[in-house]
Design a protein around this ligand. Structure first.
Ligand SMILES: [Zn+2]
Ligand SMILES: [Zn+2]
Length: 239
């Protein structure tokens, strides 16, 4: 209010949904005794907003509640699987694919940003390798400095076990020499290119990706929407 913003109060009753658009700040509280459940969901064309939010949170060193890269590439893998099948249940993904599909464009935009990060932040002689498939199976990996989701890549050093950084904070990781430092990528550049070709509908690329069983499926194929799997479930009892 002190910033001259309009404040809109809203009463949510049982059985009602509240839709908040990207970048709309919102907060709420319960009146009386309540059992409240919240699930965060968004349509596929909001991936671009998700990317912007992830970058903004990184700048402000804030933890995110949605692992954007994991969701984006999990959705892309699921979509490619659906392109390889004839099952009608998977047809809804197809509208998000193709050369101008919103999912294809979101993955391409992320690839361009990732390539820029690689060029801007990584010394050319740094050791690079493919990330182990169990890297984040037991715990989510995030940058020690800005909490950025490390699903696509992680920078580390032999001097520090279980401590990793994003590419932007790779230089402030430690004072060890470059011979001890390394960076791991979940996808090689070739794999990313093939994934995009598959999303665009290239049959050979679809075949290659369909055989590759990488990434978890994070989005619901039937609804073709993004869902935060860490959906907040809260039991409130207020006085
Ligand atoms: Zn970072
Ligand atoms: Zn070190």
């Amino acid at each position: 209010m002190s910033a001259n913003k309009t404040l809109l109060p809203l009463f949510q009753h049982a059985g009602e949904f509240v839709l908040a658009f990207p970048r709309a700040y919102h907060s709420g509280f319960n009146c009386g005794f309540n059992c409240a459940e919240a699930v965060n969901a968004a349509p596929v064309d909001w991936f671009v907003h998700g990317q912007n939010a992830a970058e903004l949170y990184s700048l402000q060193c804030r933890k995110t509640s949605v692992l954007h890269d994991k969701l984006l590439f999990g959705s892309a893998e699921e979509a490619v699987q659906s392109l390889a099948k004839e099952n009608p249940k998977h047809l809804k993904w197809r509208s998000a694919c193709g050369k101008d599909g919103v999912l294809t464009l979101a993955v391409k935009a992320r690839m361009i940003a990732l390539e820029k990060e690689r060029l801007d932040c990584l010394p050319a002689h740094l050791r690079k390798s493919k990330m182990d498939s169990d890297f984040d199976i037991y715990e989510e990996r995030e940058c020690f400095s800005c909490f950025y989701d490390l699903y696509l890549y992680a920078s580390g050093c032999e001097c520090s076990v279980d401590k990793y950084s994003c590419l932007k904070h790779s230089n402030s990781f430690c004072s060890s020499g470059m011979d001890k430092r390394f960076v791991m990528f979940r996808y090689t550049e070739n794999e990313l290119t093939t994934l995009v070709e598959a999303l665009e509908g290239e049959p050979r690329a679809i075949e290659v990706c369909a055989k590759r069983n990488s990434g978890k499926v994070c989005a619901n194929a039937e609804d073709a929407c993004m869902v935060d799997l860490d959906a907040e479930r809260v039991m409130h009892k207020t006085k």
